[in-house]
Design a protein around this ligand. Sequence first.
Ligand SMILES: [Zn+2]
Length: 282
Amino acid sequence: MSALLATGNRRAAVPPAVPVLLYHAITDTPGRQIAPYSVSPAVFAEHLSLLVGAGFRCVPFGALMSGRGGPDGWRGDERIAVITFDDGYADFATAALPALQARGLPSTLYVTTGWLAGSPVREPGPEDRMLAWGQLPELVEAGVELGAHSHSHPQLDTLGGGALRDELSTPRRLLEDALGRPVTTFAYPHGYHGPRVRRLTEEAGYASAAGVRNAVSRPGEHPFSVSRLMVTRDLTPARFSAWLEGRDGRRSTHREAPATTGWRAYRRARAVVRRRPGSDYR
Ligand SMILES: [Zn+2]
């Protein structure tokens, strides 16, 4: 697919490759389980400086998707990036947001609703402090796009239909009730999804969904399987810069590799043995 779609004399550009970054906790003192997936506030600030220095315009995830699908498109020379956060760690408000606001950068925060402090139905979650329900309206006020990341963070592709529908619809309902506005985007816990999960996510009323795949997102990707690049503690500045140049070290494909399918079967079997889907907290 061409990066430029001709529309008469106007050409609506589609950014050829968009780094959609996935962060978890931004802290110097992460809990044991999230530690490999967390970065310090100093490293986070360095990443933002690299993004801004390279001339990227950051947009929320929903804006990326509507820009791709709509007639407005993008300027052909524009470099677009998306900054996302999963789970809803409390340090988003105290560490990440101030750094984003200082640079005028928007972001998308996918929360696991059952993990939030003050949740009507609390689910077992990380040992780290999580955001509270009462903070969400002020985050929206500060320009943060809120998305859903399930209610209890299961591996969605191991769930039966009823449980899967619940995990998709409950967080959307709770967030929309709390915020008084539509919630249109979803992020799969652990990135795990397949055609059935994608279909039910769309049926649950979302307009798009983010996976992981550790690849730069490219035009023509399935809107319910958008690639993200997961930032880990051992990520080097050189590799981060390579991502910004569109070099992710792997090809983004629409199909999952056979290894992924086999791994899912294993996880599904294990989930049945445990009678509860496996959960590690990221
Ligand atoms: Zn997660």
